[in-house]
Design a protein around this ligand. Structure first.
Ligand SMILES: [Zn+2]
Length: 68
């Protein structure tokens, strides 16, 4: 009886994606509390959102990166 090779992949490509998040660990914007307005452009929002859209979120992150 031999073990099947599915238990130990030797090419290193079978890393579980849930073990480590390769992209975007914890960005600044995800630590912000929702304040009822966009953190970037101050446009009024509901109380669970931080940014009106992805562009604002990305722009906000970029500014944070540059002003560190
Ligand atoms: Zn905005």
């Amino acid at each position: 009886m031999e073990p099947t090779q599915e238990s130990v992949p030797d090419d290193g490509a079978g890393v579980a994606p849930s073990a480590t998040a390769p992209l975007a660990p914890a960005r600044t914007r995800q630590t912000l509390p929702p304040k009822g307005a966009c953190w970037y452009c101050d446009k009024p929002l509901d109380n669970v959102r931080r940014f009106c859209d992805k562009e604002c979120a990305d722009a906000f992150d970029e500014e944070k990166e540059y002003t560190r």
